[in-house]
Write a protein that binds this ligand. Structure first.
Ligand code: FRU
Length: 466
């Protein structure tokens, strides 16, 4: 039985909320953000019938983690995006507490969504259904209902189906928590997306020698890259280290050999995907030109998110810029999407020690060992020394400064600035640090330790979702 429609309330929220969000000086000029309410994970990132689609976890009704819908944007060129009809709303018994994260596939010419129907009970427990929905000719989606109930041996935390096809068969990885409260990645396979067979656990606590690997693994994504397979996922509960895993929850990658016949993934150690303050729940897709593209949520749950100043204007969070992945010599490289260069205005060289802070791309060659400091509007600082990079940011909750680190030799930086985000690509993609920051405008970018010949910047054009 369907639940009462919340469409009138959603429409009103968007009509009232969008003007306020767009007038906020922290609203991005060229990143994806919700027109009102809360946005979190990217979902259903796919190229289908000549267009790119990016869906997203969205509560249009409030800046909280309830009433999760799937919003939908599409694009012909990965740069200019347009709003599409809201794809999924939690209006069935099997998804009544949220249409949670998932993926999209081309199933016999139909754009098909695979998502988690999240159901919470009064006693605090929950269950999860893996569900399908298919696109209609008018861009709306029809739910086909659940295709997989909660597998035996796991708590109600089983979610975030990432589905792909290999040699004519469908495969799905799911994030899960077993009954001992240990995080796992489950593999299923299917001939038709409807009947699924368990292939067992492929990663997580106590697998491949991983101990102390956390209590829940969210948002897994498994794909071939170069001659390896990469598993990306978000292991909640991995112990904090002095300079790693400092966010409430991390996003990690591991590489190895995935054997479809044995349904086994032999992988190496975990690496943090992004060393900045905000990065979570990334998802990748294979573009038809062969590129493996990634987008992440530039947010982290359960930290200081609810203290971000944009809440006062009725919206919260944004996506990262799109990235291109490559696997070279045991290292996952992430480079900014090459199409982003089309947003560049005229190139400028550097003369003074300060610039007006606005959306821009900075390119910087750093001679070995140079001490370098960039102050982003008094809200975030980058310090580079012989050991690498340290980012500093004031806590929104307490009178203290928080730090994030990237360790290694820094040869070059490409920094992408938007109204409330900074993405730092180190050594052409060897490392990335993504962070939100909330300067009071007009603000300044203050630089020291820079060699002018090795520095250049481009203002970035606005590129809003239409
Ligand atoms: C990750 C996550 C997913 C879940 C979704 C709900 O941020 O917790 O595991 O599907 O968000 O919005």
């Amino acid at each position: 039985m369907s639940l009462p429609s919340r469409l009138p309330a959603i429409l009103q929220a968007v009509m009232k909320g969008q003007p306020r969000a767009l007038a906020d000086s922290h609203y991005p000029h060229w990143h994806h953000a919700p027109v009102t309410g809360l946005m979190n994970d990217p979902n259903g990132f796919v190229e289908f019938a000549g267009r790119y689609h990016l869906f997203y976890q969205w509560n249009p009704l409030a800046c909280d983690h309830k009433f999760k819908c799937w919003g939908h944007w599409s694009s012909a060129d990965l740069l200019h995006w347009q709003h599409e009809p809201i794809a999924l709303m939690p209006d069935e018994e099997y998804d009544r507490n949220g249409c949670y994260s998932g993926s999209a596939v081309d199933s016999q010419g139909t754009l098909t969504l695979c998502y988690t129907g999240n159901v919470k009970f009064d006693d605090g427990s929950r269950t999860a259904w893996q569900c399908l929905a298919t696109e209609n000719t008018d861009g709306t989606f029809t739910k086909l209902g659940p295709v997989l109930p909660l597998p035996e041996g796991y708590t109600g935390h089983v979610r975030d189906p990432k589905v792909w096809q290999h040699e004519g068969r469908w495969y799905m990885v799911l994030g899960a928590q077993d009954l001992q409260k240990r995080g796992k990645v489950l593999l299923f396979s299917s001939a038709d997306l409807h009947e699924w067979t368990s292939q067992g656990e492929i990663a997580g606590y106590d697998i491949n020698g991983l101990d102390d690997a956390g209590y829940m693994w969210e948002c897994p994504d498994l794909f071939a890259l170069g001659d390896q397979h990469i598993l990306i996922c978000c292991p909640q509960g991995v112990p904090r280290e002095k300079e790693r895993y400092l966010n409430t929850y991390p996003a990690v990658w591991m590489s190895g050999d995935f054997d479809y016949h044995r349904a086994a993934f032999k992988h190496g150690e975990l690496h943090e995907l992004d060393a900045g303050f905000e990065f979570y729940a990334p998802q990748t897709m294979q573009a038809s030109d062969g590129r493996r593209l990634l987008v992440g949520w530039m947010g982290v749950p359960d930290g200081e998110e609810m203290l971000q100043p944009t809440l006062a204007n009725g919206w919260i969070h944004q996506m990262t810029c799109l990235r291109e992945l490559e696997f070279i010599d045991g290292q996952l490289w992430q480079r900014p999407l090459r199409e982003l260069t089309a947003l560049r205005g005229e190139a400028h060289s550097w003369q003074d020690s300060a610039l007006p802070l606005k959306p821009m791309e900075i390119s910087l060659e750093t001679a070995r060992g140079d001490a370098l400091r960039i102050d982003f509007g008094g809200s975030l600082t980058l310090e580079r020394d012989a050991n690498g990079i340290r980012l500093a940011r004031r806590s929104l909750a307490k009178d203290e400064t928080h730090y994030r680190y990237w360790r290694g030799e820094v040869r070059s930086l490409r920094i992408f600035i938007d109204q409330s985000s900074v993405e730092i690509f180190i050594n052409d993609g060897e490392g990335v640090m993504s962070s939100r920051y909330f300067p009071d405008y007009p603000a300044q970018l203050v630089l020291s330790g820079i060699t002018p010949e090795a520095f250049c910047y481009w203002p970035l054009r606005r590129c809003m979702v239409e």
